[in-house]
Design a protein around this ligand. Sequence first.
Ligand code: SAH
Length: 253
Amino acid sequence: MNPEVLLSRIRVVLCRTSHPGNIGAAARAMKTMGLSSLYLVQPKQFPDPEADTRATGAVDLLQRAIITSSLSEALVGASYVVALSARQRDIGPALGAPRETVARLLSEAERGDVALVFGNETVGLSNEEILHCQAAVTIPTNPDFSSLNLGSAVQVLCYDCRMAAFAERPPHVDAGVTPFSSPAATHDEIEGLYAHLESVMTATGFFNPKQPGRLLPKLRRLFGRARLERDEINILRGVLAATEVRTGHGRKG
Ligand code: SAH
């Protein structure tokens, strides 16, 4: 596929950014590398003159940026989502290296939209945000000083995306695709499965919301590794619906 088209399918999602200047810097970093799809989840201050100043010639990306009130909303339709995190969390996907993960990201982009998710300048990504992602990446750094400026982190990833998109690549072969395959499930379809699963596990008494433990994060990590397809989501939701009928527990809401 045309590298420019591939790059246009990569969303850069900035969560709860505090400094508008960093949003501008991110837009500039994206445009220099040929990315254009910017999503802002609850930015503290935007639009803002400081964002425009730091974006310089990339103000068009700021004007087209999509502002959402939740990460889920920014990920609607995306079928592969990667978190950027400076440190390993005790929850969420294992941290991978940028290059390998970007290779996977581009191969997923052959089939649809994908996303890179960046955290807030002070606190990074929350555990909840990380659990919306199927993979996580850390940029290798000096272990004593590992946190990059947000705009710099965006630059490093966008550079890797461009290098990978324009590199000589063997014709696209996706080992996961068989004659039985269906399209990759999108973020919203996967969230629908999680909500259904939680409801049935609660109704059957398997899950106690008052003592949640690690059950839900672990299930998210499991399904995140599986790269679910749409048919598979439908099968799992069919099983859940049948369980509801048999146990007499209808779904609430
Ligand atoms: N103090 C925060 C860092 C915030 S930096 C923390 O410890 O998590 C803002 C964002 O830039 C991070 O949420 C992450 O998305 C990205 N970032 C910064 N340094 C990074 C690194 N070394 N690897 C991957 N992402 C990084």
